[in-house]
Design a protein around this ligand. Structure first.
Ligand SMILES: [Zn+2]
Ligand SMILES: [Zn+2]
Length: 300
């Protein structure tokens, strides 16, 4: 890709806006992204040199710009300044004149100022045909958008939106709301494990005792849900009905252990190749599938 690509030009405009807004780290990251895609972009090396956090990186970026264009005054002046070498005054003037901001009425991304709703607002930039969006996604600086999170008003691109009944929600706000919804403590996780493991072991032991007859496979489809539901509900009750993001998964793991641990002798002999035991795995597998799904549902 080269500088003439619309994408690179758009990223360059974005980078210089971020730079003008004084967000050095974000600007540096954008320039690096441009250079990853288009390493021949002289202006991006200069931008990186201005924004890079340490002098060594700045010097290297100026050198890359000079390699592309040995006459580049800004790079010469910048490098001389870094090294403490004298610079002809005319050069400095030339550089400063070139760096005067162009009369470009581009909207600067301001998260806080506009208190807009999540409804789409499309405002094409007058002087720009490649960018027809008012904002850029706060998580993807290279993506234009006209959507905003209804909660924090940050601009978000289409792939960052979570549609809710009241509007679009950004991933951070979604996570915050979920954190309020998930109110289980670390202790609840321990209690859930301590309650669901013994229950799962008892159920698992009984399942192995049943064996692999077709009849038991058949009834497992019916009673598996009830057994799983019982494990789920008792565990949920033990933690006061609180919810945890990973509590259903935890109970599921306990249920798998409840089957694997009592079945270890059979599993080991099957692995040792004594054969014929394959049939014995069907009932426990059906049980785990049905009961696990039910317990998972109840733990949600
Ligand atoms: Zn938000
Ligand atoms: Zn995004």
């Amino acid at each position: 890709m080269d500088i003439n690509q619309p994408r690179i030009r758009s990223l360059m405009r974005q980078a210089s806006r971020v730079e003008e807004a004084g967000k050095r780290a974000a600007a540096e990251q954008l320039y690096r992204q441009i250079l990853d895609e288009a390493p021949e972009t002289e202006a991006a090396w200069l931008g990186l040199a201005r924004m890079a956090a340490n002098p060594a990186a700045q010097a290297e970026a100026y050198e890359r710009a000079l390699a592309l264009n040995p006459e580049n005054k800004e790079a010469k002046v910048g490098l001389a300044d870094l090294r403490g070498d004298p610079v002809p005054g005319a050069w400095r003037k030339e550089v400063e004149a070139a760096r005067l901001p162009e009369p470009e009425p581009m909207p600067v991304v301001k998260k806080e100022v506009v208190a807009a709703t999540a409804t789409a607002v499309t405002a094409p930039a007058a002087d720009d045909h490649t960018e027809t969006y008012e904002f850029t996604c706060y998580r993807h600086p290279d993506r234009g958008t006209s959507l905003r999170c209804y909660n924090c008003h940050n601009p978000i691109c289409a792939s960052c939106t979570n549609k809710t009944s009241v509007g679009y929600l950004c991933p951070d706000c979604k996570r915050d709301l979920e954190d309020k919804f998930f109110n289980a403590s670390a202790t609840d996780y321990i209690i859930a494990a301590l309650v669901s493991l013994p229950l799962s072991l008892i159920a698992g032991y009984l399942v192995w005792r049943l064996g692999g007859g077709f009849f038991f496979i058949f009834i497992m489809i019916f009673i598996g849900g009830a057994v799983g539901g019982l494990i789920g509900r008792l565990t949920k009750k033990a933690i006061g009905g609180r919810r945890g993001r990973y509590l259903p998964h935890l109970v599921l793991v306990m249920m798998v252990m409840g089957v694997v641990i009592p079945g270890l002798p059979i599993l080991l002999s099957a692995m040792a190749g004594s054969g014929g035991a394959l049939f014995a795995f069907i009932t426990p597998a059906v049980y785990l599938f049905v009961a696990g799904g039910s317990a998972f549902y109840w733990m949600k």
